[in-house]
Design a protein around this ligand. Structure first.
Ligand SMILES: CCCC/C=C/CC(=O)SCCNC(=O)CCNC(=O)[C@H](O)C(C)(C)COP(=O)(O)OP(=O)(O)OC[C@H]1O[C@@H](n2cnc3c(N)ncnc32)[C@H](O)[C@@H]1OP(=O)(O)O
Length: 415
């Protein structure tokens, strides 16, 4: 396997697969014998594949197997051990191609990518407000209209799971190799949400909305964040993640304008806990609210250890935060976490009509009212946030957490 500088990171590979699915740059210097008619198509497919939406693990395995077969021929490595699930799945996929000729594998790879590209071009996934979209965000769609800045989490295929890792984009240079000089794209969602909130706090909008694209509001922390371990080690990763978490939650604590969550579907983990820091929470009748921290060997964040008992009383908060009880939208509304629930069929229409009316209210009055309501708690919330982040830093290093995350990533467990 080539070193980091010579690797191609396919954007949509989960980190757990990424480490071993990375295609060594040097392998992309095709051998002279492979320089046949379809090599150009193959190279173009290799470059095209990086721009595709995540096609799912099954297709990724097919692509991996065809790539290996096309460039190395039949599977020639020892079978990984039974507990090495990811590498075994990859080995099985490659080995299943038997003695398929390299040229056929190359052609099949090209055909597969071409099929994926056309289906992703005609995807029914709407590109909301493409014309009014603010540029520069990879994982969000941010728009400003009618005095409302709308921050929409935009990884619908991953249920809007919130990512940490900074994806590296390598530029393909057909004449030489994949360039080792890559640009770091600010494509991870925690930082992008912070940037969008900071920009919204200064723009001329009266209110700010956070919502999700697709059927989920957000499935919370992207669990593959845990697999992207830096060379400095897992302790360093836990430390930097705790700092990121603290900074992320501080942005919500400090946000100066009315902040509204438009919860379009199920919400999990940190996307639920921070709701206690919003001024208003509108939910679709399809939404659910789930904080399965104990199941994941983790502990509450987002100041929920303070805001939830305050909002719903300690007993109900404990049922959610310790035992992971999932609430329906109606239950969350009855507990005071949600302001109002709307039928899913009319959710968007009713909510946006309401918000447009609110956004016409005098912005300074709304801002001052928010400050009067929230300011006296800010210092306390910051201290709670720091304490929760410290507790999680330790939890992330525990066996309970590691096992729960691995169970999800190897598909043994789902919430
Ligand atoms: C640095 C700050 C850290 C702050 C810490 C916060 C703590 C939390 O937020 S805890 C909550 C963590 N979230 C979860 O545990 C949710 C895990 N996801 C699931 O259980 C399920 O995916 C689901 C119940 C949300 C949805 O199930 P469904 O069957 O409808 O869809 P899937 O096929 O499972 O999902 C589609 C696709 O999306 C990927 N995905 C969904 N959620 C996550 C996630 N949280 N992390 C990583 N990936 C996620 C899922 O793997 C699928 O991907 P593939 O299509 O590639 O298989």
């Amino acid at each position: 396997m080539a070193g980091a500088a010579g690797r191609v990171v396919r954007r949509w590979y989960p980190s757990v697969l990424r480490s071993s699915l990375q295609v060594p740059a040097l392998q992309l210097h095709m051998s002279k014998t492979a320089m046949r008619a379809s090599q150009k198509d193959f190279e173009s497919a290799l470059s095209q594949v990086k721009r595709l939406k995540d096609p799912g693990n099954e297709v990724k395995l097919k692509l991996y197997a065809l790539y290996k077969q096309a460039t190395e021929g039949p599977c020639n490595t020892p079978k990984p051990g039974v507990f090495d699930l990811i590498n075994k799945a990859k080995w099985d996929a490659w080995n299943a191609l038997g003695s398929l000729p390299k040229e056929t594998a190359r052609q099949n790879y090209v055909d597969l990518v071409s099929g994926l590209s056309s289906s992703s071009d005609s995807s029914s996934q709407v590109k909301p407000e493409a014309d009014r979209k603010q540029p520069g965000y990879e994982t969000l769609v941010v728009t400003s209209e009618d005095s409302i800045t709308k921050i929409m989490m935009n990884r619908p295929a991953k249920k809007n799971a919130i990512t940490i890792q900074c994806l590296r984009v390598h530029k393909y240079q057909p004449s030489s190799s994949f360039s080792p000089t890559h640009s770091d794209v600010p494509s991870e969602m925690y930082n992008e949400i912070m940037l969008a909130l900071k920009a919204a706090s200064k723009d001329d909008s009266a209110i700010t909305v956070l919502t999700g694209n697709g059927d989920y509001y957000s499935s919370g922390n992207d669990l593959s964040n845990f697999t992207d371990i830096p060379p400095e080690g897992i302790e360093e990763k836990a430390k930097s993640s705790a700092i990121l978490l603290r900074d992320f939650v501080d942005c919500f604590i400090d946000f100066p304008k009315p902040l509204i969550a438009v919860v379009n579907g199920p919400a999990v983990g940190i996307s639920v806990t921070i709701l206690g820091l919003f001024d208003t929470v509108y939910a679709s009748s399809r939404a659910t609210f789930h904080t399965p921290f104990s199941h994941l060997g983790q502990s509450p964040e987002g100041c929920s250890s303070y805001t939830f008992p305050k909002i719903m009383g300690p007993a109900k908060a404990a049922e959610m935060l310790i035992f992971g009880k999932k609430l329906t939208a109606a239950e969350a509304c009855a507990q005071g976490l949600v302001t109002e629930v709307f039928p899913d069929s009319t959710f968007q229409k009713e909510v946006w009509t309401r918000l447009k009316a609110y956004s016409k209210l005098p912005p300074n009055a709304m801002r001052i009212s928010k400050q009067v309501i929230r300011n006296r708690e800010k210092e306390k919330l910051r201290a709670i946030n720091a304490e929760e982040s410290r507790a999680l830093q330790e939890r992330w290093l525990s066996d309970e957490c590691t096992n729960a995350v691995m169970n999800f990533l190897t598909r043994k467990a789902k919430l």
